[in-house]
Design a protein around this ligand. Structure first.
Ligand code: FAD
Length: 381
């Protein structure tokens, strides 16, 4: 049951996104940055902590509330959501679900306020889809651990104050066992962040390599105070993240449909609006149908997440369907725009590039299929 407080936040975010972020999309694209005024307003609205617990200064949204919010955030440049995404999602949830009380007290209030940014540093050159190839090592040292390794594609690395670094603490253990997770602060000696990657799309959202060269962290940096919890922590954060990404795809799909309808109504050929052509109408209808299917799937999956009945298969089904769906919707949006759809000046060209990422990160489509099939074969349903 959604509270009045949630409804108020949802309405405020909807207005903010449409009135302030959408008009800034060209600036975000040109500067590759989110304007400070937008960042500050988002922080003031509590958006850096919507999924963090209220006792640590967050808004404490359930998964069902998170996805409703994400559908609004997804309506605009995905970089806006990305700015908020690591604190609430993949990085923040590591602390929420696995941190000690002391770690939560120490870090979560600053993350919720947007005063600090956290990044999730799992991926390496041979450990992307399969973290069992992870090579970053954490070796016990006097009073703590020494970490050495190299991470890549780390979202918000250039802005991060803390990194959730996944490292192998047990050198004798292969596979996913023996992986632990540490909070490493950006000022730690031996930690460096590479230049921002040149990406296909989602300008304004940054990724970079993170190098750890014999970085010392105290014992208290080990998340949860226990070794070997890293893989479980990563999977738990990612499952929630997948459902969130699916909802972002629904929001972007909705925007693409609206851009398509507006263009079809305004653009003329042979003296008639192209919206009168049945083949254009068919594209609009296919996209609308798919967006509605995605929305229904995400809401259902969020319900199962909240009641605990499915936190594994449904998030993957939603991520798989919605990320593929928004790719098809973006493709049709470009088609409906004709040659104009290929021009850098129109939003659908930008969204076409932006949408491509959703099938890749937080688990590729192929990886979602592996998870879904494994779960089906294990449980028989
Ligand atoms: C913009 C961006 C932001 C990112 N942000 C972060 C972040 O903040 N933190 C972080 O840790 N990571 C991040 N990543 C990394 C992202 O999660 C990985 O890129 C993704 O999981 C894929 O891993 P990979 O790139 O190593 O590709 P690979 O795993 O090498 O995949 C290559 C191909 O092989 C396929 N494949 C791999 N294994 C299997 C299998 N078992 N069965 C079938 N097919 C398979 C894949 O589906 C894909 O088609 C980000 C990536 C990008 C591009």
């Amino acid at each position: 049951m959604e509270t009045e407080a949630f409804q108020a936040v949802l309405a405020a975010v909807r207005t903010f996104v449409r009135k302030e972020v959408v008009p800034a999309e060209d600036v975000i694209e040109q500067t590759d940055e989110i304007p400070e005024v937008i960042r500050a307003k988002a922080a003031a609205m509590g958006l850096f902590g919507y999924a963090l617990p209220e006792e640590y200064g967050g808004l404490g949204f359930s998964m069902s509330e998170d996805v409703r919010l994400a559908m609004e955030l997804g309506y605009t440049a995905p970089a806006f959501r990305s700015m908020l995404g690591t604190n609430n999602g993949i990085a923040g949830q590591v602390l929420v679900n696995f941190g000690t009380d002391e770690q939560k007290r120490h870090y979560l209030p600053d993350l919720a306020a947007g005063d600090k940014i956290a990044s999730f540093a799992l991926t390496e050159s041979e450990a992307g889809s399969d973290p069992s190839g992870l090579r970053t090592r954490a070796v016990r040292a006097e009073g703590g651990f020494r970490l050495t390794g190299q991470k890549r594609f780390i979202t918000n690395a250039d802005r991060a104050d803390l990194f959730m670094v996944f490292a192998r603490t047990n050198a004798d253990t292969e596979g996913t066992k023996g992986i632990s997770v540490f909070v490493v602060e950006s000022g730690a000696e031996g930690l460096t962040v590479g230049p921002n990657d040149e990406k296909m799309g989602q300008r304004g959202a940054h990724t970079a390599e993170v190098f750890l060269d014999d970085v010392f962290v105290p014992e208290s940096a080990l998340v949860g105070g226990a070794e070997g919890e890293g893989f479980a922590a990563a999977m738990r954060s990612l499952a929630r993240g997948r459902l969130h990404i699916a909802a972002i795809c629904v929001g972007l799909g909705q925007r693409l449909v609206e851009e398509s309808v507006n263009h079809a109504a305004a653009s003329r050929q042979g003296g008639r609006p192209i919206a009168e052509f049945q083949q254009v109408q068919a594209m609009l209808a296919d996209s609308q149908t798919e967006v509605m299917a995605g929305r229904a799937l995400v809401l259902e999956a969020a319900k199962s997440y909240d009641d605990g009945s499915d936190r594994r298969m449904a998030p993957s089904c939603a991520k798989l369907f919605c990320s593929e769906m928004v790719g098809r919707v973006a493709d049709r949006a470009v088609q409906i725009h004709g040659g104009m759809g290929y021009m850098r000046t129109v939003p659908v060209e930008r969204f076409y590039r932006d949408a491509r990422l959703f099938r890749l990160y937080e688990g590729t489509s192929e990886v979602q299929k592996v998870i879904i099939a494994k779960q089906l074969l294990r449980t028989g349903r």
